[in-house]
Design a protein around this ligand. Structure first.
Ligand code: AGP
Ligand code: GLU
Length: 614
């Protein structure tokens, strides 16, 4: 959701900033803008709507802008309509200061009123952010000794979450950046600096990076030097790290869309998630975060609580089944947005697992912070190294799935479920339970088996052509397939905009059967195993009401031939891993249905990749 970038160096800033906004666009935006210092003035360009970063790029590439210091922003409106007027950067009253802002200023109304009353300020937008530019300029007028000082004093009046970038005509060789609960990263190149709210959008010229911490105010100079307020040069050097996103990893390559690229990357992503973590010879699992203290807490805990949103919540449902089955420890799974406000009961004997692909989801972070406030150990499961979740958790497990840019979460889901299986096995070990060798081997074999599932691409594409006009989709499964039915329905909702519902098979008779009528496609997950017979009965119930069943079955199983309209075969595997093996079917179907229905598959309407506000 939203994005900030900045450039200070010797090259012309405008096109670099616009390209940075294109690279940030996958997170979601409704408008975009850049500002550069051009001699004595600040020049601003803004666009609204789809492709605004691309349009900005075209516009500024055709101009002769000489400025080599500037800031840019992709906005995701929270206060004021998505429009050019409200797009960032925002100028101060005297137009000396321009600001970009991610987040929300909680006390903006009071600040606006104060400025209107005391400074005769007149605002040009409806945003909460604009007030920041006015406050900073006021401090300069009051005689602040530097832009950094002005930002520092201005922020003392501000309540809320923010990442900001500031430029000023009085200090044409600088950008000042500040953060509080919203990510900002400095990229260091040869004699030039980049500012970004998302590491995946750093350009290849940045070899080193330094993540800003809450409370930091950093000045980036045009000569390639930067300074963290109140910190020594030594502190600064300690913060510098190598940029670990491989060039090209976050670009599209030969793929038509990021969503397809990321679906197809799943075998590799899963290999990376499992690498070095399964020891078949000793029938054990190795996870670095299980320090002696973490192990002790798991030994004495009597409950695990898993929190997450959307797809991360559904992987949590799979995690519950694993932990309860393997380790026999009770698990609650909660939607982070509900958990935070549900006055949860803390007994001092629970452990929390918070799951977030991006590591920046506000609901999940707030739920985790609440548990931490009550002294609960919180482990994070995230894909984003150095994200807020990774920094604030008490230990955690990285997915190593590589950047996920399409708004729909795909490869993160498979990796999350696999990591949760590993964690469940580790907890089982701690509780003295033996891990079934067949299960460990089954987990280890999943990356290669996923490759086989992905070979069904053409069959699934044909299904998309057949069902593109369906009235709705119903997805159902039992046991380990139940979370998958929910995740599958979410994919069908957010990409091709279907009215899609996921249910436990046993629930059909309790309501959802009413949705079945002639031609309604129902996707049934019916692998061999303890639930198969009951699932076949559910399939018959659907067929009897003239629904068309697409059945996901174990390879070679003919039980549904002649009953289901379409059968998709999945490799033979322990039933525990059905969510991992069958999920690409839902992902590919959603992708191809999205194309059939001319939807923007990478950036579905109204959604953002990273939901940094509650
Ligand atoms: C699902 O495809 C996503 N659009 C969304 O539900 C996502 O899973 C959710 O917002 C949580 O994101 P996170 O994992 O980055 O916290
Ligand atoms: N609250 C600000 C606005 O509505 C910033 C939103 C964002 O983070 O993009 O303009």
């Amino acid at each position: 959701m939203c994005g900030i970038d900045g450039y200070a160096g010797k090259r012309k800033a405008a096109a670099i900033l616009a390209q940075g906004l294109i690279d940030l666009a996958y997170r979601g935006y409704d408008s975009a803008g850049i500002a550069t210092i051009e001699g004595p003035r600040i020049e601003i360009f803004k666009r609204e709507g789809n492709n605004s970063p691309e349009e900005l790029y075209k516009r500024v590439s055709g101009l002769t802008l000489a400025g080599t210091v500037g800031i840019g922003h992709n906005r995701w409106a929270t206060h004021g309509a998505p429009s050019v007027r409200n797009a960032h950067p925002h100028l101060s009253q005297g137009k000396r200061v321009a600001v970009v802002h991610n987040g929300i200023i909680d006390n903006f109304k009071a600040l606006r009123a104060e400025l209107e009353h005391e400074e005769n300020a007149s605002f040009r937008s409806d945003t909460d952010s604009e007030v920041l530019a006015y406050l900073i300029e006021r401090e300069l007028n009051f005689g602040a000794l530097s832009l950094e000082d002005a930002v520092h004093t201005a922020l003392a009046h501000v309540e809320g979450a923010y990442a900001i970038g500031v430029i000023c005509t009085d200090y044409p060789d600088q950008i000042v950046a500040a953060r509080n609960s919203s990510d900002l990263i400095i990229g260091v190149g040869e004699g030039e600096l980049f500012l970004t709210s998302d590491e995946a959008a750093l350009p290849t010229e940045a070899n080193l990076k330094a993540a800003m911490k809450d409370g930091d105010i950093v000045t980036l100079f045009q000569n390639g030097q930067f300074h963290i307020r109140g910190h020594s040069e030594e502190d600064k050097k300690r913060r510098l790290e190598k940029v670990c996103i491989m060039p090209g990893q976050s670009r599209l390559g030969n793929h038509a869309h990021f969503m397809l690229k990321e679906i197809l990357e799943q075998p590799e992503a899963l290999r990376n998630a499992l690498r070095g973590r399964i020891d078949l010879a000793h029938e054990t699992v190795r996870l670095g975060c299980f320090t002696p203290e973490v192990t002790r807490q798991f030994r004495t805990c009597d409950r695990v609580v898993i929190i997450g949103c959307g797809t991360s919540y559904y992987s949590g449902l799979a995690g519950k089944l694993y932990i309860e089955r393997f380790a026999r420890v009770p698990v609650d799974v909660a939607l982070a947005s509900e958990y935070h406000y549900s006055d949860p009961i803390f007994t001092g004997r629970e452990v929390v697992l918070s799951i977030s692909q991006s590591g920046t989801t506000a609901d999940t972070l707030n739920a985790m912070r609440l548990a931490q406030k009550h002294g609960v150990l919180c482990l994070g499961i995230t894909n984003r190294v150095g994200s807020t979740l990774a920094r604030e958790d008490d230990g955690g497990v990285y997915l190593h799935a590589g950047p996920e840019k399409a708004v729909a979460s795909t490869k993160a889901f498979t990796s999350q479920v696999a990591v949760l299986a590993l964690i469940a096995m580790k907890i089982a070990q701690i509780h003295g339970q033996r891990i079934d060798h067949a299960l460990l081997r089954g987990l280890d074999a999943l990356p290669s088996q996923l490759e086989l599932v992905l070979r069904h691409q053409e069959q699934i594409k044909a299904l998309a052509a057949r069902y593109k006009k369906a009235a709705r989709f119903v997805c159902f499964g039992r046991g380990y397939a139940m979370p998958l039915a929910l995740e599958g329905a979410l994919k069908l909702t957010e990409i091709p905009y279907f009215d899609a519902h996921g249910y436990a098979g046993g629930e059909l008779k309790h309501g959802p059967l009413a949705l079945i009528e002639r031609g309604v496609p129902a996707i049934a997950i019916v692998p061999k195993g303890p639930h198969q017979e009951k699932m076949i009965s559910n399939v018959r119930e659907v067929v009897a009401r003239k629904g068309e069943v697409i059945a996901l079955v174990t390879e070679g199983d003919q039980a549904l031939n002649g009953i289901a309209t379409e059968v998709i075969e999945l490799p033979e595997a322990p039933e525990e891993f059905i969510s991992i093996l069958a999920v690409p079917v839902f992902q590919l179907l959603s992708y191809y249905l999205g194309l059939e229905r001319e939807c923007n598959v990478d950036r579905p309407r109204n959604l953002a990749k990273s939901v940094t506000v509650e």
